[in-house]
Write a protein that binds this ligand. Structure first.
Ligand code: FES
Length: 149
């Protein structure tokens, strides 16, 4: 499906901009929004290119750079922070051999941090694409990542 076809599935109203951008990102194999796609969105919604860029830049769930097939988002909000979210990030960095914000050389994983995922009772938590994982331990993180490889 082309960028144009994805965009045209949505009504051309400005309040649809986030739905369109998420759809474009989700359908891109590298999970990001290209400049060409932003230009098309601007034309479709009759917005300036800079305003579309501003929306993509503002929302942390949207990306302007190519990412891995699986986006890992580790919650760093207060409850997860108390429950050692930093340790979760360190285990993932060690296992994937990347730093937070980077993508593995095989383009499989991108590691990011996120605000509260609404899973505070079972912290620490992370998401891989749309799936949530709770009560994370080093052992559990190893199992989860292995299942994606
Ligand atoms: S603080 Fe991490 S899920 Fe709420």
């Amino acid at each position: 499906m082309t960028h144009r076809e994805i965009i045209q599935k949505h009504k051309p109203t400005r309040d649809n901009i986030l739905n369109i951008l998420h759809d474009l990102q989700d359908r891109h194999p590298q999970q990001y929004i290209t400049e060409e796609a932003m230009d098309l969105v601007a034309d479709y919604l009759n917005l300036t290119k800079s305003s579309v860029y501003g929306v993509v830049d503002y929302y942390s769930m949207l990306s302007l750079t190519p990412r891995g097939k699986y986006i890992i988002r580790v919650c760093i909000s207060p409850v997860c922070h108390i429950k050692k979210a930093n340790g979760v990030i360190q285990h993932l960095e060690k296992q994937l051999r990347i730093k937070s914000g980077e993508t593995t050389a095989d383009k499989l994983f991108t590691l990011e941090v996120a605000e509260c995922l609404g899973q505070c009772q079972e912290a620490p938590s992370m998401m891989i694409n749309d799936k949530v994982y709770n009560n994370l331990t080093e052992e559990r993180i190893k199992e989860i990542i292995s299942a994606y490889k």
